[in-house]
Design a protein around this ligand. Structure first.
Ligand SMILES: [Cu+2]
Length: 169
């Protein structure tokens, strides 16, 4: 009885480990297939340890997703500039925590774009719009000026969403 149990346990362990190997081998292609058929591509906009979005501009296809990853220690925001934004997600005001406020991990935020157009956005902590909806640097009026007199660059970005053609994949 004891020997039987031990042998069964070995067989079960073997089956489990075989199953794990099969799952590990099988899941990438399954995930790729699922990804291809139900979603577009994923793109990343990184926020490094400076107040900027990298890359500043992205061209993506309708149905693609964009994930902002805040690798900075400070919090940042993704705010849509509705005056120029015709790609959807109007009225967006999303905080993305930095590592200090996110247990040492980079904060992230993902949007899927289902409309062709231009998504203009900025971080409300590190840029502001003037009366004509133009982003202005945080200069004399905004108050950020370093010891060298540099007023910095408004923290903003642009995503262009283009139509997906039938032969694209
Ligand atoms: Cu910011």
């Amino acid at each position: 009885m004891r020997r039987f149990i031990r042998r069964s346990a070995v067989v079960v362990a073997l089956l489990v480990s075989l199953g794990t190997v099969v799952t590990l081998v099988a899941s990438p292609s399954w995930a790729d297939a699922r990804h291809r058929h139900h979603h577009g591509r994923d793109h990343v906009v990184n926020i490094p340890d400076t107040d900027k979005f990298v890359p500043f501009h992205l061209t993506i296809k309708k149905g693609d997703t964009v994930t902002w990853v805040n690798s900075d220690t400070d919090d940042h925001t993704v705010v849509s500039d509705d005056a120029f934004n015709d790609a959807g997600h109007n009225g967006l005001n999303q905080l993305i925590p930095g590592t200090v406020n996110n247990n040492g991990q980079a904060g992230s935020f993902t949007l899927e774009f289902d409309h062709v157009g231009t998504f203009v956005y900025y971080c409300r902590f590190h840029s502001k719009l003037d009366a004509d909806n133009q982003p202005i640097a945080p200069g004399p009026d905004g108050g950020i000026q370093d010891a060298n007199g540099n007023f910095g660059t408004p923290m903003s970005g642009v995503i262009t969403v283009v139509d997906k053609h039938h032969d694209d994949d």
